[in-house]
Ligand binder design. Structure first.
Ligand code: ADP
Ligand code: MG
Ligand code: MG
Length: 255
């Protein structure tokens, strides 16, 4: 089992108006095999948490820690984080001109594992994963993300997840812009990888819709850079009915 541990994390960004604190003491522990939903209104800091874990240079960690099995993640470069087993789909290039999907996936897999995958297994794995995600076979020869629709990009994110087999997957608004059919296909991919029991998932979402297909073990509600409430799946059901109002009304956040 592996553990991703976030302790009292404070993160800020530089803006034209000066330093802006965004995360104000976030603590969260995820073990492999677990799915944690991070929910919250827009602007509450969910993507900031994801980007900080991924090592986006824009975000400054003022205090607190992120460790993976005790190793200091904050000391690692973006590449080292990926090799340590952290997967954030957004960290991969949006479009890579002149690089086919096949070449990109194989190059990335080789870099992550430190050795090239065996051709025979690899070709079979890629084909199988593509077909399960209903990605058309000719995508293999297309340039990475070039002209892909929103839904196709999400499928390709999950394709990477299934092929790279990270210890921890951070999925930021993977549900946004997907129709129900695409949402099902994408969720099935995440669930397939999950069923192997070797991946922990941080599923970041504003809406509860994706949680009908990917069942969280734990739900954390983000409000203004802090976790305001935590619970099991029943908390997501409550949020589906009530929304975030009870956290946002004046004086409510601490209630
Ligand atoms: P969420 O993902 O929950 O919608 P974000 O992490 O994207 O929240 O944003 C949290 C807060 O930080 C918001 O007020 C947002 O405007 C601000 N913020 C995040 N990234 C930047 C940035 N690069 N420049 C300016 N403000 C930012
Ligand atoms: Mg946002
Ligand atoms: Mg966001």
């Amino acid at each position: 089992m592996s553990t991703l541990e976030i302790k009292d994390l404070h993160v800020s960004i530089e803006t034209d108006q000066g330093t802006k604190p965004i995360l104000k003491g976030v603590s969260l522990t995820i073990n492999t095999g677990e799915t944690h939903a991070i929910m919250g209104p827009n602007g509450s800091g969910k993507s900031t948490l994801a980007s900080t874990i991924a090592g986006h240079p824009r975000y400054t960690v003022d205090s607190g820690s992120i460790t993976l099995d005790g190793e200091n993640v904050l000391d690692m470069s973006v590449d080292e984080r990926a090799r340590a087993g952290l997967f954030l789909a957004m960290q991969y290039p949006v479009e890579v001109p002149g690089v086919t999907m096949t070449n990109f996936l194989r190059t990335a897999k080789t870099a992550l594992d430190g050795e090239a995958p065996s051709i025979r297994h690899w070709t079979k794995d890629v084909k199988e994963a593509m077909s399960q995600l209903r990605i058309d076979a000719d995508f293999a020869q297309r340039n990475v993300n070039e002209g892909f629709s929103g839904g196709e990009k999400k499928r390709v994110e999950i394709l990477q997840l299934e092929l790279f087999k990270p210890k921890f997957a951070i999925l930021d608004e993977t549900d946004s812009g997907l129709d129900v059919d695409a949402l099902k296909v994408v969720s099935e991919g995440v669930n397939r990888e999950h069923s192997k029991g070797e991946m922990g998932t941080m599923l970041i979402t504003h809406y509860t819709r994706i949680l009908r297909y990917i069942k969280p073990d734990f739900v954390h509600v983000f409000i203004d850079g802090r976790i305001a409430e935590e619970g099991g799946p029943e908390l997501a059901d409550r949020l589906e009915e009530e929304g975030y109002d009870r956290f946002l009304l004046p004086g409510a956040a601490s209630a």
